[in-house]
Every structure is written in C-alpha cells, then in structure tokens.
Design a protein around this ligand. Sequence first.
Ligand SMILES: Nc1ncnc2c1ncn2[C@@H]1O[C@H](COP(=O)(O)OP(=O)(O)OP(=O)(O)O)[C@@H](O)[C@H]1O
Length: 245
Amino acid sequence: MEKPLTVKDLTVSIDGKIILEKVNFCVKKSGLYTIIGPNGGGKTTLVKAILNLIKPESGEIKIFGLSNQKYLRIYTVGYLPQRLSAQRFFPIKVYDVVKMGLRERDMGEEELIDDALKKVGMSDFKNAFFSELSGGQQQRVLIARAIVSRPKLLILDEPTTGLDTRSQQMFYTMVKSFVDNDMTVLMVSHDIGFVMDFSDGVFCINQKMLEHDLCENSLISREFFEKLYGYKVKPIIHDHGDKDD
Ligand SMILES: Nc1ncnc2c1ncn2[C@@H]1O[C@H](COP(=O)(O)OP(=O)(O)OP(=O)(O)O)[C@@H](O)[C@H]1O
C-alpha cells in the first residue's frame, strides 16, 4: 500500500524569509500523527504546503503515492484550519456547515452528513444553529465538515485550542476512532501530554528544521523537549479516564 504522506527536502520561503528548510518526514501507515513545536516554528506553513495552499520553493510532497497537486485534483484531504473566532458566528445551521465539506460528485448527501455527525457525536444537533453551540461542540461540527466526504487523510491544525482538559481528552479519543476506520490523521498540537499518550508518531518542528521523528511507542526525552522549546518541559502523560465514561 502507498504511504499516506511523504515530504522530501521541502523548503518554503515567505517574503524572502526561509520558514521551512529541507524538511523531510514520512508517514508510513495509517494512524494519528502529530506535529509539535514552538510558536512560529512553521507547523501551519507545513500544513499549508501539504494542502498546496502555498507554493514551496523546492521539494516534493506525496500523498498516497501521488504528488500533492495531483492528489488534490482527484481526491479530498479533510482539513480543519486553525481556530478563527470570526468563523463561528454565521447564522447557519449545523447541517449546512457540514454540507460545505461535500464535493459536487459526492452522492447521498443526507446519509453522508448524518454519518459524519454521528462519528463526532453531534447527531442531536443536526438542526441547531452553529452559533448557539459551545466552542467544543462547534469544533466537533467542523471536524464533521472535514470528514464528511470520507477522506483518507485528515489534517487538523490545533483543533483543541480553547477546550478544557476533559474535552481535549474526549477529542483525542474521537480522533483516534477515525484512525480505527483506516484514516490517517495529521494533527498540529501544543497538548504535549495528550500527544504523547495518543499519537502513533510525533514530528517536531522548530523554525527551519524538522529535528526529530519518533516511531511508535518511543518516548520523547526531557532533553529533547528542552532543545525543541528552549526551556525545561515536563511532559505529563494523561490517564485516559475510561473508568469515568
Ligand atoms: N502570510 C505570511 N506572511 C508573512 N510571514 C508569515 C506568513 N505566514 C507565516 N509567516 C511566518 O512564518 C513563520 C512560521 O509561521 P507558522 O504559522 O507556520 O508557525 P506555527 O508553528 O504554526 O506557529 P503557531 O504555533 O504560533 O501557530 C512565522 O515566523 C510567521 O510569522
């Protein structure tokens, strides 16, 4: 089977300033993979390059064996952009928010939307107004929008910003369930504890270079965190809390 994502020697400049320099990484099989690193380190820029929203100076990006440009012409990559509060106040119903994620050729609109809302636990809110939902509920609806056309690759840019710890945990559990359905998820996150707990692989990016690439079940050392963020970080591994459910 083709690898979900390969990034080779990717260099991106904005206004003449190098943001990413010769970044290399590979997602070899489906799973939940996270990108961590300090603010301004280039995580969103990397995501935008993968989605062909910005043109790299050089390098190669492949999604399931095709160049990202070709893949995106044929298929959809689910995408949840970084949170923007202004997006949240349109007088629009949940159903129509999710519908925005469908392509013209997707058949069975209502069934797809119902299925996506079910996967994020928001079926009961199908006819509610989006603006009347809590931040965490809105985030779930936006995930439903990102998965409604059943993409094989889903990219989430800091999806848990503003969520409390319990909601973050539920969020990670939900995203992990997508992976069980054979989807690959690439998530930008600052929740180091949850990242360590839930991810199948962690990629660390600091300014120009992708510094480290961890494989399944390996732990990131404190020394590495210090190098990445420039100060001492003590990662806390969360209890999944399943007993409370
Ligand atoms: N459109 C733009 N114009 C100019 N500079 C930009 C633009 N987009 C990003 N940058 C710069 O690129 C660098 C990386 O930004 P990016 O948003 O990719 O970082 P990030 O790792 O996602 O940060 P954060 O964790 O704060 O979201 C920053 O220095 C930023 O100022």
